[in-house]
Ligand binder design. Structure first.
Ligand SMILES: [Zn+2]
Length: 99
């Protein structure tokens, strides 16, 4: 299955989800890659990286951000999840039928 890209509803150009699923081979997987932060400039990235290396954070609970799924993308997202759910169900039934 090719990668599917979802843009965040907040319109930040770097907020995106990439969903990748492999249901055709023996090493199947389902991954959601989230890119939510983008630090511009070398020194900004160096500062953030230094804080990370030293164990400091801008927030006590860590760096969090959110992704807002667009209403128009809900069906496409659900199709991918349902395909994977169906695949896993078939795989489990195949395993239980073999034993
Ligand atoms: Zn966003």
């Amino acid at each position: 299955m090719p990668k599917e890209y979802f843009e965040c509803d907040c319109s930040q150009p770097f907020h995106e989800l990439v969903v990748e699923a492999d249901m055709d081979s023996d090493c199947d997987f389902f991954c959601i890659y989230a890119r939510l932060k983008h630090y511009r400039g070398f020194f900004s990235r160096l500062w953030i990286g230094t804080q990370y290396i030293l164990g400091f954070s801008t927030c006590k609970l860590g760096d969090f951000d959110s992704f807002l799924l667009k209403e128009d993308d809900i069906d496409r997202f659900m199709i991918i999840l349902n395909k994977y759910k169906t695949y896993l169900k078939g795989k489990q039934e195949g395993i239980s039928n073999e034993s």
